[in-house]
Write a protein that binds this ligand. Structure first.
Ligand SMILES: Nc1ncnc2c1ncn2[C@@H]1O[C@H](COP(=O)(O)OP(=O)(O)O)[C@@H](O)[C@H]1O
Ligand SMILES: [Mg+2]
Length: 155
């Protein structure tokens, strides 16, 4: 099942990010492993903007930028916001492959239920991600401030 939503401005994208973050916060950790959000979309689609608002909602105060040159940035979550989660990780998978994931012990991050992991360009490492990954695909709309978001779980 996919839920599609036309977002007409960055403000609407932020509202969706905030709402979804609240849902994940409400749900808390899964007993199966990390909570993974896979973000898919071309440059400028809104992956980083979405992540920024999502992480702010979880109480992350640090400046959130595309982690392009670091692969992954990790943030401890403040107790009052985390509801059982401990850390959020913001990954840029644009240039990483299976070997790089192994080197950074990505499997250990995935195994720990207390992690919430947001991954830009997640389709590039699809094989390494759990079935429970929540996929968010985003593309440009007809107007320059429009984005089309598609939310889904898939096998
Ligand atoms: N509806 C919208 N949702 C998200 N971003 C938008 C929207 N309309 C315009 N933008 C702009 O598009 C850009 C998205 O950039 P960014 O979040 O860095 O994308 P990505 O990480 O996917 O490359 C930002 O400059 C943002 O202001
Ligand atoms: Mg980005």
């Amino acid at each position: 099942m996919a839920i599609n939503k036309l977002l007409k401005s960055p403000r609407e994208t932020a509202a969706l990010a905030r709402t979804l973050a609240q849902v994940f916060m409400y749900l808390g950790p899964s007993h199966k492993g990390a909570t993974v959000v896979g973000l898919v979309g071309d440059l400028g689609a809104g992956k980083t903007s979405f992540t920024k608002t999502f992480l702010r909602t979880f109480g992350v105060k640090t400046h959130v930028v595309s982690p392009t040159f670091v692969i992954m940035r990790s943030f401890a979550l403040p107790a009052r916001k985390r509801n059982g989660f401990r850390a959020a990780h913001h990954v840029d998978a644009y240039r990483i492959d299976a070997r790089a994931l192994k080197q950074m012990n990505f499997g250990e991050y995935l195994a720990d239920s207390r992690n919430i992991i947001l991954i830009e360009w997640a389709d590039r490492i699809k094989k390494a991600l759990p079935k429970s990954t929540f996929w968010i695909e985003m593309g440009h709309g007809r107007h320059h401030k429009e984005r089309i978001f598609s939310l889904k779980f898939k096998d």
